[in-house]
Design a protein around this ligand. Sequence first.
Ligand SMILES: *[C@@H]1O[C@H](CO)[C@@H](O)[C@H](O)[C@H]1NC(C)=O
Ligand SMILES: *[C@@H]1O[C@H](CO)[C@@H](O)[C@H](O)[C@H]1NC(C)=O
Ligand SMILES: *[C@@H]1O[C@H](CO)[C@@H](O)[C@H](O)[C@H]1NC(C)=O
Ligand SMILES: *[C@@H]1O[C@H](CO)[C@@H](O)[C@H](O)[C@H]1NC(C)=O
Ligand SMILES: *[C@@H]1O[C@H](CO)[C@@H](O)[C@H](O)[C@H]1NC(C)=O
Length: 209
Amino acid sequence: MLFVSLITLFYSTQVFASYCKMEDTLFSVGNYTCPDNYTMVTRIKGFYCLKVVASTLNQTQSEQSCMLENSTLASFENIDEVNLVLELSLVATNNANGYCWIGATRLAACHGPISDFNAGCLPVETNTFRWTDGFVTGTDAFSNFYPGQPDGGSGVAQNCIGMISTSSSWIGMTPGSFDDTQCGSTLASSHVCGQPAQQVALNCSSSCC
Ligand SMILES: *[C@@H]1O[C@H](CO)[C@@H](O)[C@H](O)[C@H]1NC(C)=O
Ligand SMILES: *[C@@H]1O[C@H](CO)[C@@H](O)[C@H](O)[C@H]1NC(C)=O
Ligand SMILES: *[C@@H]1O[C@H](CO)[C@@H](O)[C@H](O)[C@H]1NC(C)=O
Ligand SMILES: *[C@@H]1O[C@H](CO)[C@@H](O)[C@H](O)[C@H]1NC(C)=O
Ligand SMILES: *[C@@H]1O[C@H](CO)[C@@H](O)[C@H](O)[C@H]1NC(C)=O
């Protein structure tokens, strides 16, 4: 409840501080705006933009693809962002089953299998991977690993995370849950790009200022 109120307060401050119309859209609040086809979310560090792309590229190629539009693979600050990205992914892929690549990499000291994880990698859910988009606070969303994951694989390095993009269940896991997997996996159906929202000068001759 407190959390909700704080977000509302933050939102209202932004809206009242500036202009009249742009905040009606999903991609901009005040003079903060996201590029075309990106959706805005509110993070502790500020506004952030997310875009899910339907794609079977592997994780390395997906990261490069995001970089072409000055984004990186996006990380998650909380479960609301996970749910949003799952929804966007299902729309983008027409409900196809597959991994959605997200911005996280396994710490070098935490390579699997799980029986080899050292104390610094425990608990495995929060300490095995780190977020890479540079705009996330905390590790809340790491609680979304599917039970028993990350397991570090057996015999293969599983240094990337795929969010399970499915409408019911896929490879035995539930929609939106996380699985550690090979970065070269060809089982992706999408990836999520992200970048901080930019402040843009508004055009005051239009109806908004
Ligand atoms: C945004 O999406 C629309 C519809 O898919 C597409 O036509 C347009 O080219 C996209 N814009 C950018 C900048 O990618
Ligand atoms: C990415 O950033 C560079 C440098 O700021 C800029 O020149 C380029 O237009 C940007 N590309 C896109 C797709 O926004
Ligand atoms: C991803 O695919 C590219 C192109 O096939 C390949 O060069 C690269 O090694 C792959 N990445 C991984 C981690 O396997
Ligand atoms: C955005 O709005 C803030 C607060 O109203 C203002 O200080 C800032 O200069 C604006 N930035 C741009 C680029 O218009
Ligand atoms: C500002 O908006 C007005 C009215 O829509 C338009 O005629 C004008 O070209 C715009 N100016 C800029 C710099 O975009």
